[in-house]
Design a protein around this ligand. Structure first.
Ligand code: HEM
Length: 163
């Protein structure tokens, strides 16, 4: 027991801020693989549930979402968002990638800060994505905990750049 507690202590102290248990990373990857090609549907739901997010896009603000959904610019943007999440998930689980993850997310945070995106909007984005996952993959507490951790770690970097 003592050894276990001690190893846990060292694992947490030595590991970087983005350290996640391998099992959690694997849970995330398997569930994400099942939905990551549904990027248009995911962005559609994000806009539908959060009109203030759609309103931040010069090209989409005030436009009919049902029409937008079938357009090329909408698919392109959905792709950009999902590709960034793909990259983050691909890099997770290896401490050697911490600096790269941090750099990518700081850049994203800076760009979004410049557009006036708020923490509340990012939190709302997370709620929609998690609800989408819940209705498309087999859900349980362990998977929910893993996703919460992954989003919270992502946002802990992005939020350092928001105003
Ligand atoms: C939660 C609220 C969010 C809002 C309001 C928002 C808004 C925007 C806007 C207005 C643009 C510029 C689009 C253009 O002019 O072409 C953009 C670009 C982008 N967004 Fe977001 N975004 C949000 C969240 C996210 C999240 C969570 C991700 C990824 C995890 C993301 C990834 C990107 C990427 C990769 C781009 C293109 C590169 C760039 O210009 O930054 N966004 N976003």
């Amino acid at each position: 027991m003592k050894f276990f507690v001690l190893s846990l202590f060292f694992a947490v102290v030595i590991a970087g801020p983005l350290w996640m248990e391998a099992n959690d990373v694997s849970l995330i990857r398997h569930s994400w693989d099942k939905v990551k090609t549904n990027e248009v549907e995911i962005l559609y739901l994000i806009f539908k549930e959060n009109p203030s997010i759609q309103a931040k896009f010069a090209a989409f603000a005030g436009k009919d979402l049902e029409t937008l959904k079938g357009t090329a610019p909408f698919a392109e943007h959905a792709n950009r968002i999902i590709s960034l999440i793909n990259r983050y998930i691909d890099l997770l689980g290896d401490d050697g990638n911490d600096a790269t993850i941090k750099a990518i997310l700081e850049e994203m945070g800076e760009k979004h800060a410049a557009r006036g995106v708020t923490k509340d909007q990012f939190e709302a984005f997370k709620v929609t994505v998690l609800n989408y996952l819940k209705s498309h993959v087999e859900w349980n507490d362990a998977l929910g905990k893993a996703w919460d951790t992954a989003f919270d770690k992502m946002y802990s970097i992005v939020f350092t750049k928001l105003h």
